[in-house]
Design a protein around this ligand. Structure first.
Ligand SMILES: Cc1ncc(COP(=O)(O)O)c(C=O)c1O
Length: 389
């Protein structure tokens, strides 16, 4: 490692990004058109941030909001987010909100704040790779909790995994990569209530991307956990603002104050202009969200209709998020299959990029223009069916 910190020993590009780079390189080298279903982003130009947010960027510049602003966030935005969290069932005051440059920063901050060398952290498998990245940076021991089925955390395993060294339990719902909602939140809360030394991290970045009749449930709404649950959320997915880089943490005041110190000493504050945009986005009319969900649902069903017709792929239609998560037949390697698909002009993410139990799965994003999405899933099904034979 030469002169670099030994903490960097594990640093490598997440496998999901490697797929993106491989796809981009192949496209550049061969000039071949690739249908990109590997990115965790909105792809079709029909998805735009609320007009109110764009207008707020313009007026903020005109008003000269180009200086530092308070680290934990503009008070008006913290107030609005506290109201939003209260409406979702977690009574919240503005002091409990810390605005961050995206949910990913909030995750990094959480793991930096809570973990020491040798501490233990429990996270889902499959899960979100940055959780693991920062846990390793902190030299913590990672324990994976698995699922009884795609929607129910194995709570007896969870209870067994918790030791006196366990500092954090991280869960995400609606889940990524598999697009399912965690159903047994009551059961999970009952287990966690028995371990008051554990802080719960509830990553809810897709909380607004849920298809009826399914309903998002938060662990933070359980009164016995509220005092030690950190909720992580973002404007990226709910308001089509991935490139704005703004999210937030909701945590009891004594913890929020620590996030405040970390933000102040790292990025100082999220760009004031972007905070104004986020505040305006929260005030967008209900039609914004209705249209977003209408378009996402149409694309989800369009993609699902094609993939569920495959002889060899299986899985569940997404209950939330904008991903489909598909199981390959037994014995088929997800990385090799993703590579094969790339050669057939379709980029997806091999499931093992999200943890050991993702092996044998593929994840695809369905936010593309309808015709391109259709072409992409048709190519995918054809290539897999031919490969399996
Ligand atoms: C589970 C999960 N958490 C956090 C993030 C990061 O979101 P943000 O864009 O706000 O950094 C993502 C992004 O896809 C995610 O899937």
């Amino acid at each position: 490692m030469g002169m670099l910190s030994s903490r960097l020993a594990h640093f490598e590009l997440p496998p999901q990004w490697s797929t993106m780079r491989e796809a981009a390189q192949l496209e550049q080298k061969t000039g071949r058109r690739i249908i990109h279903m590997e990115k965790g982003d909105y792809a079709s130009p029909e998805f735009k941030p609320p007009g109110e947010a764009l207008e707020a960027v313009r007026t903020s510049l005109e008003k000269g909001y180009v200086r530092y602003s308070p680290g934990p966030g503009l008070w008006s935005l913290r107030e609005a987010l506290a109201e939003e969290m209260s409406l979702r069932g977690r009574p919240t005051v503005p002091e409990e909100i810390i605005v961050t440059p995206g949910a990913k920063f909030a995750i990094a901050a959480t793991l930096l704040l809570f973990l020491d060398d040798g501490d233990e952290v429990i996270m889902p498998d499959p899960g979100y790779p940055p959780d693991e990245f920062w846990a390793r940076y902190q030299r913590a021991t990672i324990r994976h909790v698995t699922f009884r089925d795609p929607r129910n955390v194995d709570t007896s395993q969870l209870a067994r995994l918790i030791t006196p060294r366990t500092r954090l339990v991280i869960l995400n719902t609606p889940q990524r990569p598999n697009g399912q909602l965690v159903e047994n939140t009551d059961e999970i809360a009952e287990v966690l209530a028995k371990f008051p030394h554990v802080t719960v991290v509830s990553d809810e970045i897709f909380s607004k991307i849920v298809y009826p009749p399914y309903q998002h449930r938060s662990l933070a709404n359980h009164p016995e956990l509220r005092g030690r649950t950190v909720v992580i959320d973002t404007f990226s997915k709910s308001h089509v603002m991935t490139g704005f880089r703004i999210g937030w943490v909701t945590a009891p005041v004594h913890l929020a104050e620590k996030y405040d110190i970390l933000v102040q000493n790292s990025c100082t504050n999220v760009s004031t202009i972007i905070q104004e945009a986020a505040l305006a986005a929260l005030k967008a009319p209900e039609t914004f969200h209705r249209n977003l969900m209408k378009n996402l649902k149409r694309k989800r069903d369009l993609a699902w209709k094609v993939v569920s017709g495959s002889k060899h792929l299986s899985g569940d239609n997404a209950q939330g998020t904008f991903y489909l998560y598909l199981k390959l037949p037994d014995g088929f390697d997800d990385r090799e299959t993703a590579h094969h698909l790339l050669k057939n002009g379709v980029a997806v993410v091999p499931g093992s990029a999200f943890g050991p139990s993702g092996a044998g799965h593929l994840r695809l994003t369905f936010t593309l223009e309808d015709e391109i999405l259709l072409e992409g899933v048709e190519r995918l099904v054809e290539a897999v069916d031919k490969l399996v034979g």
